[in-house]
Every structure is written in structure tokens, then in C-alpha cells.
Design a protein around this ligand. Structure first.
Ligand SMILES: [Cu+2]
Length: 224
């Protein structure tokens, strides 16, 4: 059924897609059942000459059932999602030794700061690129997400990852890319008139290739 979703390129993708399809099936079946019942009622109780309406006080049992069944369903989906949520968004979720990058969202660009050769952010050898996020494959990447002006949202569909960037906060978000290639980073929060063009390229490099890229770019320094 992968025709619904973009290609998957992170370790989260299977879990997120599993939840997505589970929720789609549960809500899809509920939707079909409810609509079929609605149509059946429309037909069954249509106006007919000589038939009179009857007042009906409701059914305690039916109300309990149609409240309890969805409540249990939503609770089960919540429990099924909790493990995945903790793994992706948990406070201590990012694995130790992640490659750190700072992503600063502003109207209407992504400013990415790379750690340079020392591997640490906030040191003089850091370098910045606009609208280009380069990461190594098969290594956890820790994005320190901030916003300049309004709320933006860091969204990489291929990684199944979305996180709001909020002014005044630094929000850590991590992922591990699994397939080298070019992907899209878009802003998923309507953030102003130029929202539509707030996108960047995510390049996932094979490990050796990433080292070469980072060394070369560090030598070149800032581009803005
Ligand atoms: Cu934005």
C-alpha cells in the first residue's frame, strides 16, 4: 500500500507507517459502517403514506455501547502509539553520539549550522548553510530546532518526522536516515505569505561521502 505514502528513509518509518495504516483501517471501517447504517436508516424509515412518526426516548444500552466502543478503540490506539512516541519524541530519546546540527527556522528559510571538524556546535569552526540539510546515513542526527519569528514546523516526509519550531525554545529532535538520497524538508505550519516556498533539500550521504562533504564545506566556511 506504499502508493499512499512517500518513500521511507528513516528508522521511524516502519513504526509510523504501521500506526498510520492501523488508524486508517480502524477509522475507515468505522466510517463505512456508520455511513452504511445511515443510508440503511434513510431507506428503512423513509416517508410512506399512512405511516406516523413515533417518539422514542433513546436506549441506555445503545448509548453505552456507542460511547464505550470508540473510547476503548481510542485508548488502544493511544497505547499502541505511546511506545513509538516515546522513542521519537521522548525527552531522552536521542541516542548518545548523535551528529548535532542546529536548524533555525525563519520567514521563509531554514538556516542550518553544522558543527565543523570538532563535531561540536557553538565553536568557531561551525559553518552555516541556507536551505540545505546534509546528514550521514545510518547515524543518529540530533537537530536543535529554533525559530526566529513565528511558529514553523520541521517536516521531512521521507523520515516521517514533524516537529514545531517555536520562538524562544530550543527543541531537540532526532532521526536516523536509512537510505542515501535527496529528500524534501518543508515547513508544515502556515507561517506567513512565503510559507509555500519555505523548503529545503535534505541530502543523505553514505558515511565516507559525508565526511568528505563536511571537511570540504568546513574549509569553505559560512555562505551567509
Ligand atoms: Cu515556516
Amino acid at each position: 500500500m506504499s502508493w499512499i505514502l512517500p518513500p521511507a528513509a528513516s528508522t521511524f518509518a516502519d513504526d509510523i507507517d504501521g500506526l498510520y495504516y492501523l488508524i486508517l483501517w480502524v477509522t475507515g471501517i468505522a466510517f463505512v459502517l456508520v455511513q452504511a447504517t445511515l443510508v440503511w436508516f434513510l431507506f428503512r424509515y423513509r416517508a410512506r403514506p399512512g405511516r406516523r412518526a413515533r417518539h422514542y426516548h433513546g436506549s441506555w444500552r445503545a448509548e453505552v455501547v456507542w460511547t464505550a466502543v470508540p473510547a476503548i478503540g481510542v485508548l488502544m490506539l493511544g497505547i499502541a502509539s505511546a511506545r513509538v512516541w516515546a522513542q521519537i519524541k521522548g525527552r531522552e530519546a536521542a541516542p548518545a553520539g548523535s551528529y548535532p546540527v542546529a536548524v533555525h527556522a525563519s520567514q521563509f528559510e531554514w538556516h542550518v549550522t553544522y558543527p565543523g571538524r570538532d563535531g561540536l556546535l557553538g565553536t568557531p569552526d561551525d559553518f552555516r548553510r541556507r536551505n540545505q540539510l546534509h546528514v550521514p546515513v545510518d547515524r543518529p542526527v540530533l537537530v536543535k530546532l529554533t525559530a526566529e519569528d513565528v511558529i514553523h514546523s520541521f517536516f521531512v516526509p521521507a523520515f516521517r518526522l514533524k516537529q514545531d519550531a517555536v520562538p524562544g525554545m530550543e527543541i531537540p529532535v532526532w532521526f536516523r536516515a536509512t537510505v542515501p538520497g535527496e529528500y524534501e524538508l518543508g515547513c508544515a505550519e502556515l507561517c506567513g505569505l512565503g510559507h509555500y516556498r519555505m523548503r529545503a533539500a535534505v541530502t543523505v550521504h553514505p558515511a565516507a561521502d559525508f565526511e568528505r562533504w563536511a571537511t570540504e564545506e568546513a574549509r569553505r566556511g559560512d555562505d551567509n
